[in-house]
Design a protein around this ligand. Structure first.
Ligand code: NAP
Length: 259
């Protein structure tokens, strides 16, 4: 009885702090603005998936760094983003020209990003170069270019930003990979090989930097049907927003009609 009386208060305190911890953790997870103020770098923000990520992070209040190979497309994305978002809860995105197969320029890009924000919270390695064809018809030069864009490029950028994440003991690196980074299919040898290499690298890195609270994720989709695959005629830059609205209207109509 005496021992129980002594233990009851610490146990009660332990239980209450456990409940508070879980409550806060769930609150953080469910918070719509989990990315508020976070510095998020997206490589190839102008691709189908990159655009969708840009829209979600921008409207969530992230400080975005949008990377892409073509300045005009980056500017078009920038205009589309700021035209639909509430300026009082969003940040103006930073645009950065980046061709990931140009390995020599990546250190400068990383420096430009760190000079601008001082840190990176989330790096999304989304850029990727595709190639399809029989092995004997793909030149070794193209094989190497694919490896540069899909493997050496993303790992160089990650290595350049990683020390900052490790020293801050926080950060998340995402590799947007492909199911072909886990299995082989005909006529995709160069692409699948580069994706396998990237998968292996980031799997090892995950185990290596876990102790510094840096989180490494890989995503391996099969096919993605991004909105801009079926653009509005003559207006594909804005189509990801238009399609979204159209889909919303359609789903409202069908829910009204009970469909
Ligand atoms: N779409 C799918 O069904 C699917 C399925 C599984 C995984 N994924 C993955 O999802 C990610 C995004 O794919 P997506 O389909 O949204 O892209 P996407 O629409 O096919 O566009 C490919 C993009 O990559 C850019 N790019 C090519 N080489 C580059 C380089 N060296 N540096 C920078 N950018 C480069 C292209 O720019 P330019 O047009 O200027 O050349 C283009 O914007 C990729 O990692 C891909 O492997 C996609």
């Amino acid at each position: 009885m005496g021992v129980l009386a002594v233990l009851i208060l610490p146990l009660l305190l332990f239980g209450i702090s456990g409940i508070i911890y879980i409550y806060r953790a769930v609150g953080r997870l469910m918070s719509k603005s989990a990315v508020q103020n976070k510095v998020v770098v997206i490589t190839d923000a102008i691709s189908g998936l990159g655009k969708e990520c840009s829209r979600v992070f921008h409207s969530g209040g992230a400080r975005l760094v949008l990377c892409g190979k073509t300045w005009e497309k980056l500017e078009a994305l920038y205009n589309a983003l700021i035209s639909v978002a509430d300026p009082s809860v969003t940040f103006t995105p930073k645009l950065v020209l980046l061709d990931l197969s140009d390995i020599n320029c990546i250190q400068d890009v990383a420096k430009e990003i760190l000079d601008c924000y001082g840190c990176v919270d989330i790096l999304i390695n989304n850029a990727s170069m595709k190639v399809k064809g029989p092995v004997q018809s793909i030149s070794l030069e193209l094989d190497k270019k694919i490896m540069d864009a899909n493997y050496f490029g993303p790992i160089t950028l990650t290595k350049a930003l990683l020390p900052n994440m490790i020293s801050r003991r926080t950060g998340q690196v995402v590799l947007v990979n492909n199911i072909q980074g886990k299995l082989g299919v005909p006529f995709r040898a160069a692409y699948a090989a580069s994706k396998h290499a990237a998968q292996g690298f980031f799997d090892c890195l995950r185990a290596e930097v876990e102790e510094f609270d840096v989180c490494i994720s890989t995503v391996s989709p099969t096919f993605i049907r991004s909105y801009h695959v079926q653009p509005e005629p003559g207006n594909w830059e804005a189509s990801i927003w238009k399609c979204k609205v159209r889909r919303t209207n359609e789903s409202q109509r069908s829910s009204r009609s009970g469909g």
